[in-house]
Design a protein around this ligand. Sequence first.
Ligand code: TYD
Ligand code: MG
Length: 473
Amino acid sequence: MTKKEKVIFVCQNCGAEFAKWLGQCPACSSWNTLVEELREKRNKIRKKQISSAIPLRLSEISLTDKLRLQTGIKELDLVLGGGIVAGSIILIGGEPGIGKSTLVLQIAEHIATSKQLASESMFNKVLYVSGEESIEQIKLRAERLKIKADNIYLLAENELENILEQIEQIKPVLIIIDSIQTIYSSNLTSSPGSVGQVRECTAQIMLAIKGNSKSDKSDFRPAVIIVGHITKFGAIAGPKTLEHIVDVVLYFEGDKFQQYRILRSTKNRFGSTQEIGIFEMSDCGLIGVETPSLLFLSQNRQTDISKTIGSVVIPTIEGSRPILLEVQALAARSYFSFPQRVTTGFDLRRLAMLLCILERHCNLDVGNYDIFVNTAGGIKISEPAADLGIVCAIASTFRSKAINTKSAIVGELALSGEVRPVSQIRNRINECVKMGFTEIIGPAYNLNNISIKNIKTIGITNVSEALEVLGII
Ligand code: TYD
Ligand code: MG
């Protein structure tokens, strides 16, 4: 901290400033909102330098300096929209143990051995800063992942000032900070991982790469990947407060006990946030999954059973990719005065709506039944296009009527019980054909005028018609 700076505490709710930390903000009475910040002393603020930036016409701006570093990991490039943009800051959030360190180490290897950079006559140096693990631990992981790249520099350090110094010295093309919650600036008194520290450290790193620390090529700026932990209940403190500063926010999801991991982008200044990346955690690191549908269909479907009760396959769309998901439902008479409704991977309130539709439009008296709905593999379904499939799965278990395992069901439901059209129907049908399904039941609007080889299309207009076609009512 220079003499011109001082530490203040700012309320995140109302912006009031205080010299000391307080549990409750005296100005707006909110609790735990004061965050430590560095501020230049008011009476010594330097006269503003006149900035040299001038407005340019849209047509005058060239995009050539926006170099994208392809990571060589197909799923990741898809989510990033084509690769890491030079000079950008990427935040990768996820629960502890989900595989963030594994992913960033694999990215480091690909960048360090990238031929793309060599052809631009730039050095492939990657600086991996770890505040959590010793360099020996990272080396062990690298051995496990069979990574031998010579251009990866490992640094076990927690103090920001030294990290900035090393960035200046090494001039890497990619900097990895694992994780931001373990880094601290000695200018602030709060402990590592506090909102003030996390924000200050990120801001300093940003200044460093956007300021003078340029790599060999004069207009090239290094990219930064910041790893941040989030907790199971509410993605609070660290990463959330950084979302507006960084260029790209990726979340790494999945169940620690399952093999697959999903990389989802919630913000991307250089591409779409629709795409997801699907990985499998194997003995030798994360591997991109080529046919995600295989991963989310239960083993039963891959054998020869022709009919199952309470289980439906839904062709969903994630970004530009169709994925077949299996939904399983179970209904049993309830022994409680409030029957239970439990879901994994599906919104509970949406389920309440669907149950109401079943009761009113199909005369199924599900009110006294406990209802459980699971998606195979626990993957989240957010598309309304899954409505019809879920309703059919519940009706099937309720009536104990089996559904053909080679049928896929898709359609959004209106409160009136009407089946609404869905987007990208051809994409969905093609995936069903690819995975060996012989029948698709869906909105009449989408399916009535369509004929595709090897699959029978059945268009329906409302939910009870669908249950009749399936022989449930
Ligand atoms: P890690 O990347 O350390 O998670 P994070 O940085 O998000 O906390 O890895 C988490 C888990 O992945 C760990 O429990 C071991 C497992 N793993 C594998 O199954 N295969 C591998 O090749 C590696 C490196 C890790
Ligand atoms: Mg880690």
